[in-house]
Design a protein around this ligand. Sequence first.
Ligand code: SF4
Length: 411
Amino acid sequence: MDGYQISPTYDGADVVVVNTCGFIDSARDESLGAIGEAMNANGRVIVTGCLGVQADLIREAHPDVLAVTGPQQYEQVVAAVHESAPIDEAHNPFTDLLPPQGIKLTPRHYAYLKISEGCNHKCTFCIIPSMRGRLVSRHAGEILREAEQLVSSGVRELLVISQDTSAYGVDLKYSGDFWRDRLVTSNLKGLAEGLAELGVWVRLHYVYPYPHVDQIIPLMAERKLLPYLDIPFQHGSAKILKLMKRPAAAENTLARIKAWREICPDLTLRSTFIVGFPGETEEDFQQLLDFAGEAELDRVGCFRYSDVDGARANALPDAVPEEVKREREQRFMEFQAEISRGKLQGKVGTRQEVLIDSVDEQGAIGRSWADAPEIDGLVYVTDGQDLRPGDWVNVEIDEADEYDLSGRLVG
Ligand code: SF4
């Protein structure tokens, strides 16, 4: 970014930028904690991200932060950095030769690719639309050019993110855009086809099970996209999904998953669920377990419902007592652990392509195509001491638990 360099430690930084989330109370507390940590360790802190819209709250807890900016206020963040860490004229980053792709805040071999901002849905537990506004998609050509630059700078895995990836392009009326001298449609299929040409892993996050998502499953079966979908289902009871006002709540999701697996049998599905939403009865919870059992999801995260300031779900009747939420969370995670363990056991003896994330004297740690960074499992390569981060290798799996795999290099 303008030639500034990322410091791996607080000590070496002229200024610390803390990106925050204010989505749920625990995220807000975590963000305030991260600001406090940066203040203690460095003392020169700029706050950005969703919680930035609550500047008073931030300044009340941390009066000495240098600046507070809100979500998507890139120019304001950059201006605050310029002001707080003035340029050394001997190494002027505005005039030095810079890589046009700027910086990525992830290791060199993978990068997040944001395709849109905002959301048109109105999930009752969520305040993102009020913080970030309605969906604004980037044009397909612009995204694909950024993806090309990332790949040419060494990125081997692109993680496509947004608030609602399946809605991509609806605000652009799916208009065409130019890339590599041809017209590309700004919709999910057009974008996916373009990304599939780049020869790297392409992973899709935050997709909802709408009918048009069917169109990209053949690309996964052909391995042009990773056969992986991150779909936040949130519940399995039609009643609760309706109370949540979830996108695609009326779709027959189990039938859709079955049809997808017929086309792409090794499709990996990751999801998140909320237990203890207001009005959730034992019967609704049982439906959630039934859904998870039938869907046979590979990776699952579970959250206990909690009120979010400003969310409409706060006003719903029949709040679930905290101890019932905890008990359901535990039951759900135990139930899902069995499914995940069985799925991973099925990989023992198979050969997996693995992208290496880190290496030390114990070996290397990477991920198979079924694992997104930071949220899914790992593959421990016990004889991978000579590998480097970013290497793609084949690994024969000899052990599995409910999260991770381990194995040895082959080929
Ligand atoms: S889809 Fe729902 S939960 Fe996701 S950002 Fe939009 S309103 Fe929030």
